[in-house]
Design a protein around this ligand. Structure first.
Ligand code: C2E
Ligand code: SIN
Ligand code: SIN
Ligand code: FE
Length: 383
């Protein structure tokens, strides 16, 4: 069926119109909305805390979250001029006003901290903040107490029972925000996972067992730090690299598996895997690396690549790395249309592309670590 279509007058059109359309609409709408809402939880919380301080006339406030590993309450967010030092302070989850509020799930109004038997003054000792009065109220998510919200030092007078009631209401809203953020993280992870699974499933089509994908992720993970990627960003770089060819889901077998050179019409179709991949991954927020790599991994340093003929620094760094990684692995491997090249020839072919296909500096880095890259290839292969 598919083969027939490809042979018709304008094959490129058909393939492009049908496949990506059905594919893209498969991403459930609800999830898409969630993902693209890209709410920044800490910003939301910070804003609510400032608003809360204003409403209650407080001079500082903080959110402490329970850490089950250490059985401590940890300052997650704090306002006021001691906020930086507070961030590293922890307190036992059964001590202090906060601890008591956490354990009993009750809102505690303390008009004079120095007279309270519960008050835990080690926090003040460390932060040099002087707590005169405070209210602490539990933060509950799905009936479970996850932390404590506090307001401190009323600017005029001291906190009233009415302030305590208001804080209780605010805490409920904050817990909803936290719950949403957790849900958002879960959804994002699930989205990444399903994309990755699709990328892997896709590779089975052309006889590869998914090892090419694993290797590409690993090369990137190892080289990332030398490119300035922080530890925190390495996982994203790795996953993004693994998904670089996800757009091939929309390339028909007749083209993808052709055991010979592609004719011009087929090549038109093949080249679309870049743009399509970017569109697919672009459905999720916070996937910039993934979109950059999928879209631009066949751009060339001298501007002769596709799909946009970008050149030099116009090509995102992650995609310039992807180009080298992808070709190194493709040259070293068997494909439906080619046999593997021996290592020396792979080297020579890569060097041939310096300043033409590849970013010369990045290529130099890659070549300087070629033994390590070959080791990855050997380790992550079928036999
Ligand atoms: P791929 O097979 O994973 O190859 C990725 C890239 O490695 C290629 O990007 C190319 O830059 C490089 N490469 C692979 N094999 C060779 C080779 O024998 N010599 C040289 N000099 N470079 C090589 P490119 O060319 O943009 O191709 C993108 C994808 O298009 C390929 O991914 C493959 O899926 C497909 N393709 C390319 N040429 C053919 C072909 O002649 N027949 C078939 N059936 N598919 C092809
Ligand atoms: C306490 O909960 O007893 C003190 C906490 C604080 O100073 O923020
Ligand atoms: C691959 O099969 O992963 C490389 C092919 C391409 O980058 O288009
Ligand atoms: Fe590709």
């Amino acid at each position: 069926m598919v083969q027939k279509k490809v042979k018709k007058a304008s094959p490129a059109h058909r393939v492009q119109k049908e496949k990506p359309h059905t594919f893209v609409s498969e991403v459930p709408d609800r999830i898409r909305r969630l993902i693209s809402s890209s709410l920044e939880i800490d910003e939301v919380l910070n804003l609510s805390m400032h608003l809360m301080e204003k409403t209650l006339g407080a001079t500082a406030s903080s959110i402490l979250l329970y850490d089950a590993e250490t059985n401590q309450l940890k300052f997650y967010l704090a306002t006021g001029d001691k906020k930086d030092i507070l961030k590293v302070i922890r307190m036992p989850s059964d001590q202090g006003v906060a601890g008591r509020s956490f354990q009993t799930k009750r809102t505690l109004l303390i008009p004079e901290a120095c007279k309270s038997p519960f008050f835990y003054n080690k926090v003040d000792e460390k932060s040099k903040f002087i707590t005169k009065n405070l209210i602490a109220t539990p933060i509950e998510v799905k009936g479970k107490c996850i932390g404590v919200l506090e307001v401190l030092n009323k600017a005029r007078g001291t906190f009233t029972p009415e302030d305590a009631r208001s804080l209780k209401t605010i805490s409920r809203e904050i817990s909803i925000a936290i719950e949403n953020a957790q849900l958002y993280d879960e959804v994002k992870r699930a989205y990444m996972d399903s994309m990755l699974n699709m990328a892997k499933a896709e590779k089975y089509r052309d006889g590869d067992t998914g090892l090419h994908i694993e290797r590409c992720g690993e090369y990137a993970y190892r080289l990332g730090p030398a490119l300035g990627f922080s530890a925190k960003d390495l996982d994203s770089l790795k996953l993004s690299m693994m998904m670089h060819d996800i757009g091939k889901v929309a390339i028909p077998d007749a083209v993808l598996l052709k055991p010979a050179k592609l004719d011009p019409a087929e090549w038109e179709i093949m080249m679309r895997h870049t743009t399509l991949g970017g569109e697919i991954l672009g459905r999720g927020a916070h996937m910039k690396n993934a979109v950059d790599i999928a879209t631009c991994h066949h751009e060339k340093w001298d501007g002769s690549g596709y799909p946009q003929r970008l050149s030099g620094g116009q090509i995102p760094l992650s995609a310039r790395l992807a180009a080298i990684i992808d070709v190194f692995d493709a040259l070293s491997s068997k494909r439906p249309y080619k046999d593997p090249f021996p290592p020396e020839q792979v080297n020579a072919m890569l060097l041939e592309g310096a300043g033409k296909h590849f970013d010369p500096e990045l290529l130099q880095l890659f070549i300087s670590r070629i033994e390590e890259m070959r080791e990855i290839y050997r380790t992550i292969s079928a036999a």
